[in-house]
Design a protein around this ligand. Structure first.
Ligand code: SF4
Length: 386
């Protein structure tokens, strides 16, 4: 077997690894040892798995890699609550991953949410998104998605913390990379692999209807966030050029079906863009559209990107929120932060292309308690505005 034939061990679901270990003539408990070491001890090589017999270590090294992401750059927001990483995959592809931390009342450790990318670039072309403007490069494999979480888990472990939530809300459209996204979810939630609860995972989509229905039928308990951005099709197609001519109604119906099938309420993400979709009349239209749906709306004032789209003034955001609330729509505004660290999706990678930046020496700083901060429900990326 050549080097290029070897696959990442992080691609294998526990059952698949157990089959390999059995094929190698080893008892079942050896598979459990491998899984524990791989997913929770960050081994640099199979040689580090000292609890395994030498022959098994050699067999595994002949078949698998333990490829990890390489950190190229790390920037943290002033309050330490948001850390954005530029990571290099083994073939050189650059992607972004974000860690968001929120103090949890009564808990010793903060909630630590990792926002992962599922594609390098994105084909959806949302006009206000830096990733959308760079175009589509390639899908990430499941192991490249989970390696983002493992990278952050290792950083957190060094200070006695751990990953509590994962949102599929970074670069790319997760449901356009369906099979690898679902495999990554299963790897992250299998108790014998990473072991995160399914309800601690949220998948965010700009709206691939057939894929939403497929996801509902997976038997998973993951949360779903749909990026709506507009209450009517004309406006939505202007902001999301790849949206179909009836996408607004189709998405609201798909959200209802998802709730009915899974029992999990859907969140609608709404990027608030100055002068585009932030009018009070637009808020009223949105309220009429979602009336009685029980859906939650997450308003996201965008961070400025190269496209010239800007964040509305605070009073406009509050007025929009008030209209929704008064109409009985459950609604929150995402914490406005992170613009000082190129927090909009794709910005860090774009910045990287424009300047040389060496390996970062910034360390993860402890989370500063934030008083009076306005909500966050899904813990998505600080300015990802799918
Ligand atoms: S906002 Fe999300 S779906 Fe839209 S272009 Fe950016 S990464 Fe793609």
């Amino acid at each position: 077997m050549t080097d290029s034939d070897r696959v990442s061990l992080f691609r294998l679901l526990p059952g698949e690894l157990e089959a390999v270990v059995a094929e190698l003539g080893q008892p079942r408990y050896r598979a459990e040892q491998v899984l524990r070491a791989a997913w929770h001890q960050s081994p640099a090589s199979f040689e580090d798995m000292r609890q395994l017999p030498a022959a098994l270590r050699a067999d595994l090294a002949g078949r698998f890699t333990l490829d990890a992401a390489t950190e190229v750059r790390r920037v943290a927001s002033d309050d330490g609550g948001t850390t954005k990483l530029l990571l290099r995959m083994s073939d050189g592809t650059l992607i972004e991953t974000v860690l968001m931390q929120y103090p949890e009342p009564g808990e010793r450790h903060p909630r630590s949410t990792v926002c992962v990318s599922t594609q390098a670039g994105c084909a959806m072309g949302c006009v206000f998104c830096a990733t959308g403007q760079m175009g589509f490069e390639r899908n990430l494999k499941a192991e490249e998605i989970v390696t983002q979480v493992l990278h952050i888990a290792r950083l957190l472990r060094e200070r006695g913390e751990h990953v509590t939530n994962v949102v599929f809300m970074g670069m790319g459209e997760p449901l356009a990379n369906y099979a690898e996204t679902i495999r990554a979810v299963r790897l992250l939630t299998d108790p014998k692999a990473f072991g995160l609860g399914q309800r601690h995972i949220t998948i965010s989509t700009v709206g691939l209807i057939h894929a939403i229905d497929r996801l509902a039928a997976e038997g998973l308990q993951v949360g779903l966030a749909i990026s709506l951005h507009a209450p009517d099709d004309t406006l939505r197609q202007r902001l999301v050029p790849t949206a179909g001519p009836t996408s607004v109604g189709d998405l609201v119906s798909a959200a209802r079906r998802y709730f009915k099938k899974t029992g999990r309420r859907v969140t609608f993400e709404y990027a608030l863009i100055a002068g585009q979709n932030d009018w009070e009349e637009t808020a009223r239209e949105l309220a009429r559209l979602l009336h009685g749906s029980g859906a939650h709306v997450n308003l996201i004032p965008v961070n400025p990107t190269a496209g010239g789209f800007g964040r509305p003034p605070r009073r406009t955001v509050l007025a929009f929120e008030r209209v929704l609330r008064e109409a009985g729509i459950n609604c929150t505004v995402r914490v406005e932060k992170g613009s000082e660290i190129s927090a909009a999706c794709g910005q860090l990678r774009t910045d990287e292309s424009n300047q040389f930046v060496g390996e970062s020496e910034i360390s993860l700083s402890p989370v500063a308690p934030r008083r009076g901060s306005r909500q966050e429900t899904l813990s998505p990326a600080p300015s990802q505005t799918r």
